[in-house]
Design a protein around this ligand. Structure first.
Ligand SMILES: C[S@@+](CC[C@H](N)C(=O)[O-])C[C@H]1O[C@@H](n2cnc3c(N)ncnc32)[C@H](O)[C@@H]1O
Length: 269
């Protein structure tokens, strides 16, 4: 179906992680120009700033409720966004970080809008992972990099390479599918440690990482032995970084097939 921007439309943008500093010029322009803005952000300062950019900005946070399934919350957020698009409005949906990174309603709203023939685009933003690369000095090209949602990592028994960097998102909520007010994350963390210890030493240093959310803060970088994770519960906004176990072994037969001299590998990094 052909898209028609004179009818309703949807643009999904991200704020980045650091208030005011990470937003792209493209995202800010969309926020300012929209007929209506819906947002999901983690703090009131960002919400206030969004409302200053566009007084027609409204929070989607009222869709969250204790004990409610996350999928139901995301379904309602998507429905709210789509209702405005169907109403003929130029809608901008704003999520923190990169709007397409671990943001189910952002992708769902884009897919649904396009399926109904409305123009819908997503603009990239700065994610927590981008901040982690900068703050921890991690180059994903060095060893490779794997990213999983922490609960998904466990319940699907994800296969991964311990010689590559590993990032586990939502580690502070591992084992939790509902928004339970008194959920004790230590149980999920104990299981996570058990699974990771199949691949790393118990003393392997891991990092509970929180990127700074405003320029006055520093990032929080807590290094600890893997086995100590359950005793140091991560907050909901933290990401667990598990450094590679070491350099992955090189297959000499493959080097020979590709005509690569092993000494060049050392020079490369
Ligand atoms: C629903 S996801 C949203 C991710 C976000 N869209 C992004 O691009 O970073 C929430 C998870 O992102 C990660 N996250 C969010 N803010 C963070 C921060 N300030 N520092 C580190 N990780 C963060 C955590 O893993 C958190 O549980």
């Amino acid at each position: 179906m052909a898209s028609d921007w004179s009818r309703g439309s949807l643009t999904v943008v991200g704020t980045g992680i650091m208030l005011g500093a990470h937003i792209t010029a493209e995202a800010e322009a969309h926020i300012r120009q929209a007929d209506v803005v819906f947002y999901v952000v983690t703090d009131e300062a960002t919400a206030f700033w969004l409302r200053s950019l566009n007084p027609r900005a409204r929070s989607l946070a009222p869709h969250y409720a204790d004990g409610k399934r996350c999928l139901d919350t995301y379904g309602e957020m998507t429905a709210t966004i789509l209702a405005a698009v169907r109403g003929g409005q130029q809608v901008c949906a704003v999520f923190y970080g990169h709007p397409g990174v671990f943001v189910l309603p952002a992708h769902a709203a884009i897919r649904q809008a396009r399926a109904e023939g409305y123009p819908a685009v997503m603009c990239p933003g700065i994610s927590a992972e981008d901040c982690l690369f900068a703050d921890l000095g991690v180059d994903p090209g060095r060893s490779g990099c794997q990213s999983f949602e922490a609960t998904d990592f466990l319940i699907r028994r994800r296969r991964f390479d311990p010689y590559a960097a590993l990032m586990l998102w939502q580690v502070g909520l591992v084992g939790e599918l509902h928004k339970r007010p008194r959920y004790d994350v230590r149980r999920g963390l104990a299981v996570l440690v058990e699974v990771l210890c199949e691949h790393y030493a118990a003393g392997h240093t891991v990092v509970i990482y929180e990127a700074a959310r405003d320029a006055a803060q520093s990032p929080s970088i807590r290094r600890l032995p893997l086995a100590d994770l359950p005793a140091a519960p991560a907050p909901p906004n933290a990401t667990l970084y598990v450094p590679p176990r070491g350099d992955a072994p090189v297959d000499p037969a493959m080097l020979a097939r590709l005509g690569i001299d092993a000494r060049d590998l050392v020079r490369r990094w």
